[in-house]
Structure formats: structure tokens, C-alpha cells
Design a protein around this ligand. Structure first.
Ligand code: ZN
Length: 201
């Protein structure tokens, strides 16, 4: 990877040998390995010993989870807040593990819709809740830095499953708690918001 970064620097018109850039390939490799470390993460290991059987069926919410990801179209960051809710059937996930699940999927090359769905699907698969909801709000640097469609550089996506999909009151209770009721597009049909960064540019 370091050789590729050296080549990239030269192609950008830089001198990879100058003092400030000498160690850049090493640093970039290290940074990218960390930012894509989700590929090597084992979700079962992440959740190890944190799934509990309970007699509890009220909504569980973890909101304002910070996340940082890389858009797969431009390899530029998109980042923001993730809100997760589920209604347990027989099992719950330790609360501290929810942000870890978000990190596992955020630390990969992503599009926001897929990231949102992967978090929801993982919770569904691991504890079979009565419903699960994930809403992500993010700023995409590939759009805001390049000045493309500035008004759309902020995107909201959602994944609603089970009770959150079928029951408008449950869904509204969740959206009320994260204060996003009017900001989430596409919620009438519970579909994920249609959004893509400018992938073809
Ligand atoms: Zn992009």
C-alpha cells in the first residue's frame, strides 16, 4: 500500500521524497487499515457474552452514537449520528455493544443506506427482536468539499423492521425520542431514504 501512496503523491504533482511527505505513505496505510478494520471484525466476537435473556419488552433506545465511515464511491469520509432502537422478544444486547456493532460496519467502504441496513439486520439476526429501527444522519465530504449539491450533503437514512415498520405509533414514539419526526424522508412507506452521493462523478 505504501508504494501505491508514493505513486499517488507523485501523480498529484508532489515530491514524495520531501521532508513533510516522507512518512506519509506509512501513515496513510496505518490510517486506512484502521478505517477499514471492520472487514476483519467478527460480529460474534464483538457480541461475545453480551446477549442476555430477559423478561422485558419495552423499547430499548441508544441514540446519538457517533460514527465515521468512508464513501465507497470517492473514499472520502461521511460521518454523523446513528440512532438504534429495538423491542426485545426474549433477548437483549448489552447496551455498550450497540456502538461496537455500528463501528464494525462503519469501518468499511460504505454507502449510507447499506450501512443502515446492515446494523438493523445484524440486531434482527442476533436477538430476533419484535422490531428494530436504525436512523443515520450524516454529512458526506465527497459532496460538501467538492461543492456538489451542497444542500444534499447532509443525508438521513432509516431502516425500520417488524413493529417499527408495521406500527405507526411505535415508529413515531421512536422518532419523537430522537427528535427527527419531520426530518426523515421516506418514512410514510418505511423505506430507507433515497440518497446517493454522486457516484458517477
Ligand atoms: Zn461519495
Amino acid at each position: 500500500m505504501q508504494e501505491l501512496i508514493r505513486k499517488l503523491l507523485a501523480d498529484l504533482g508532489e515530491d514524495p521524497a520531501r521532508e513533510g511527505l516522507r512518512d506519509t505513505p506509512k501513515r496513510v496505510e496505518k490510517a486506512y487499515k484502521f478505517l477499514t478494520s471492520g472487514y476483519d471484525a467478527d460480529i460474534d466476537q464483538v457480541l461475545n457474552n453480551a446477549l442476555f435473556t430477559v423478561d422485558y419488552s419495552e423499547m430499548v433506545i441508544v441514540k446519538d452514537i457517533d460514527f465515521y465511515s468512508l464513501c465507497e464511491h470517492h473514499l472520502l469520509p461521511f460521518f454523523g449520528k446513528c440512532h438504534v432502537a429495538y423491542i426485545p422478544s426474549t433477548r437483549v444486547i448489552g447496551l455498550s455493544k450497540i456502538p461496537r456493532v455500528v463501528d464494525v460496519f462503519a469501518r468499511r467502504l460504505q454507502v449510507q443506506e447499506r450501512l443502515t441496513n446492515q446494523i438493523a439486520d445484524t440486531i434482527r439476526d442476533k436477538i430476533a427482536p419484535l422490531g428494530v429501527a436504525v436512523v443515520m444522519e450524516a454529512t458526506h465530504l465527497c459532496m460538501s468539499m467538492r461543492g456538489v449539491e451542497k444542500q444534499n450533503s447532509f443525508a438521513v437514512t432509516s431502516a425500520m423492521q417488524g413493529a417499527f415498520r408495521n406500527n405507526a405509533r411505535t415508529r413515531m414514539e421512536f422518532l419523537e425520542l430522537i427528535k427527527l419526526r419531520s426530518a426523515v424522508p421516506g418514512l410514510r412507506d418505511s423505506a430507507a431514504a433515497r440518497y446517493e452521493c454522486v457516484g458517477e462523478d
